[in-house]
Design a protein around this ligand. Sequence first.
Ligand code: LLP
Length: 425
Amino acid sequence: MDHFELRDGALHAEGVDLTILATEVGTPVYVYSSATLTRHYRVLREALDAHPSVLGDSLIAFAVKSNSNLSVLATLARLGCGADTVSEGEIRRALKAGIPGDRIIFSGVGKTDAELAFALEVGVRQINVESVPELDRLIAIAEAKGAKPDVAIRVNPKIGAGGHAKITTGGEGDKFGVPADEAMALYARAAASPHLNPVALACHIGSQITDLAPLEAAFSLLRKLTETLRQQGLPVTRIDLGGGLGVPYTGGATTASPADYAAMVARVLDGLDVEAAFEPGRLLAANAGVLLTRVIQVTERADGRKFLVLDAAMNDLMRPAMYDAFHEVKPVVPREGAEVVYDIVGPVCETGDTFARGRSLAPLQAGDLVVFTGAGAYGAVMSSEYNSRPLVPEVLVDGDRWAVVRARPSYEEMLARETTAEWLA
Ligand code: LLP
């Protein structure tokens, strides 16, 4: 459920009329709903808390990569949410938003020495190690710093899943994690170092997973490996199950619910006595955000094809171009009349800048506003200034109040970031 609804004929984000936001801030702009973020967090928290003996102490660590806006992070931080991070920049964001270090997980396939050192300095909860060379670098850095970080070993369970090949991470050929047998050896190697404290196995098999079966298979493997490690006398006190649970991008879509997910996890982990961590991104953020955009014009071809040309483009919302992702398009003030079939495009100069083809919508005219729904995760974070279009701004709504939480740069600001080489000046 989200808090974007028609009220008095106009789409609102909670108490705020999107037509007013469009006038005040301009378009395109991302609009996030605090109430929806909060609700999504609570739904997952309650689903986990329904299994207190197994999941009562579990940590929800929001995947910062899905939406790293400081105000979004601060909204979640106030609820007790942690962070899953993959760079120094994301750790810095999480800390600045008020997420304490002991709730920050540091993941990622290629952490630099400097990033690992930074993570040790700020005292993150755990570093998820994904390879032998990374483990060796971490041992050296920990020794130099006199630190003894908690470490998880990320397993590649050879079970890939997800909404698109480009977002599947658990498959055998994917770059993430180490195969199960190597993970055992890596864990033992970490345990043998006086500079590391291995505490957990981790996995993350993909994103936009709508069916629980592959997740259950991966989690069961992690349980088995945990038991094997313990049989070898190695302590394992935590387990990190990653993110990946999908969301309905359309009203009719069916996805496994957080309650079903939690029940499955509780079943798999029952009696294992580990503290679980989850790294949801999309589940919390996707349907808490829309991309608000204005129709520049409707271009009609002689053959009857109609292009709806928006002021948002692929640089603002990459997902359709990159993953053929589906985002629902809704008019902000729906007009009367029979539906019209549109190809929905942005102004960027490549055919990839197509949001949707053959979409039936209420009739639209130049100047009308529409939103892309489900845009709160992997939307603004993946935006760029391609075609020298200033970076898309972000607004956070909370009830009747709203704030610009990332401003659109002016053209002057955009150009001022660059300097002309002195021999060209
Ligand atoms: N944990 C790890 C280690 C991850 O790599 C990811 C996402 C997550 C958690 C969060 O996954 P989620 O719960 O959001 O599915 N840009 C793509 C999605 C890439 C996901 C990458 N990893 C998209 O727009 O669909």
